[in-house]
Design a binder for this molecule. Structure first.
Ligand code: ADP
Length: 433
């Protein structure tokens, strides 16, 4: 790869946001290159700054320090050679599929005749011929996303950035779209020189990319740069593929403890209380499965495949198991701790008891007890807690965190919540202390 021309250089990028007077480091010293003809995937947990990085690369935002260099030139302002396809692409509902694509060409000042020809060609390329006159409402999610691709390709970007483009689609449509993108890319019918794909899905990254840059959060940073030197077509079952996916898993899993133990960055203190967003039932099922069959490799990726749990969900689950002291992560393997063993075999009531004891130690719950202890009747308005969380977290994350805290607290029988009045009660105040 060294001999190929470097298209993009992300040079020692740091990005800080101010959140109500507090600085928050979203990205720290991020540094990597993308060379000509490279398909790069960026993976990492939610909040590690992947989308922020794309906004910086495309010039939609400015770094706090460091430089984005494109073909040897410093990027200042929006880089017209790059474009982003988002998770859900906003199409104009009153325009036909073709008019939606033409609009992107019109914005570039391309004459009507050429616009028509080009948009028909693009729609053909993404497999939407025959749907030119359809309206977005007549299309499936996968087809709408294809219109999004066609519109992004209309501006003939050299560097195509894809931000979780398949994550809202059902499994089969995502699979189809993935292989179509791959075909387009390898056939070289696109003028695109490189692709950066942001994804939660490690398998997806390993299926498509030449290289996977692995990130972690708090602060958002690169923790590994893993070349995927497998020829195409890639098979999900081949040992080399499994080994590559394992490597990425191994890099990602196991970082949680360090993160929770030592929030050293400014703004990280408040965020250290964040809970992994999981379903408690699935977590319990996973612990039981591991307890029942310790011989079913402790390998996280194999377990996820066997149980049909998507990669990102599996990482949240292992993070939760680790936080609760039920499991340990070692180099891509998950192993039950003695407490985890007991938990797996315990009755429902004992499970709740173990869960409840461990939950009380988590920063989120300590913080909640502090808040409750300042109230007279040990009750708080949901809205007040949400606002307090917003001191440290953006609104959508604050909301998700509070939902998770209520779910965990209810399961542990530490909290109850009245949806009609929007009031949260502390159930066992003394026990909680
Ligand atoms: P990812 O795409 O990996 O999920 P993001 O790039 O969306 O991560 O966000 C990285 C972190 O930066 C998150 O904690 C997010 O809350 C924070 N963040 C992103 N944009 C802003 C903003 N405009 N102001 C404050 N914080 C932000």
């Amino acid at each position: 790869m060294e001999s190929q021309e470097t298209l993009l250089h992300v040079r020692q990028i740091t990005k800080r946001y101010r959140m109500r007077e507090k600085a928050f480091v979203a990205l720290k010293n991020v540094d990597f290159n993308v060379v000509d003809h490279e398909f790069l995937a960026l993976v990492g947990p939610s909040g590690c700054g992947k989308s922020t990085l794309l906004r910086l690369i495309t010039g939609l935002e400015k770094p706090s320090s460091g430089e984005i260099v494109y073909r040897g030139e410093l990027v200042r302002g929006v880089n017209p050679k790059t474009t982003v396809v988002f998770q859900t692409f906003a199409l104009f509902p009153w325009l036909t599929v073709q008019q939606n694509v033409e609009l992107a060409l019109e914005a570039r000042g391309i004459p009507k005749k050429i616009r028509t020809l080009r948009s028909v060609e693009l729609l053909d390329m993404v497999g939407l011929d025959g749907f030119e006159t359809a309206f977005p409402r007549e299309l499936s999610g996968g087809m709408r996303q294809k219109v999004g691709f066609a519109r992004a390709l209309a501006v003939e970007p050299e560097l195509l950035c894809l931000d979780e483009p398949f994550s809202t689609l059902d499994i089969l449509s995502a699979e189809t779209l993935r292989s179509e993108l791959h075909e387009l890319w390898v056939s070289k019918r696109l003028p695109i020189r490189a692709i950066i794909l942001v994804t939660h899905n490690i398998e997806e990254a390993a299926m498509l990319a030449d290289r996977i840059v692995v990130m972690d959060k708090e602060p958002g940073r690169v923790i590994a740069d893993i070349p995927i030197e497998l020829s195409f077509p890639r098979s999900r079952k081949s040992p080399d593929f499994l080994a590559a996916v394992d490597r990425v898993y191994a890099t990602l899993a196991g970082h949680t403890q360090q993160r929770q133990a030592a929030p050293t960055e400014p703004g990280a203190q408040g965020r250290a209380k964040m809970l992994p967003i999981i379903s408690i039932d699935v977590l319990i099922g996973l612990m039981q499965r591991m307890g029942d069959a310790p011989e079913v490799g402790a390998d996280i990726y194999r377990l996820a495949t066997e149980l049909n749990i998507p990669a990102d969900e599996m990482l949240h689950l292992t993070e939760a198991a680790e936080l609760l002291g039920l499991a340990e992560i070692r180099q891509g393997d998950i192993v039950l701790t003695p407490l985890g063993d007991t938990f797996a075999e315990a009755s429902m009531l004992v499970k709740k008891e173990i869960f409840s004891r461990r939950v009380r130690r988590l920063p989120m719950f300590k913080w909640l007890w502090d808040m409750f202890s300042q109230t007279e009747h040990k009750k708080l308005e949901w809205e007040d807690i949400r606002m307090a969380l917003e001191e440290d977290l953006p609104p959508d994350e604050a909301q998700k965190q509070l939902d998770a805290a209520v779910e965990w607290g209810r399961y542990a029988e530490l909290l109850s919540y009245d949806d009609n009045t929007g009031v949260i009660f502390l159930e066992k105040f003394n026990a909680a202390l």
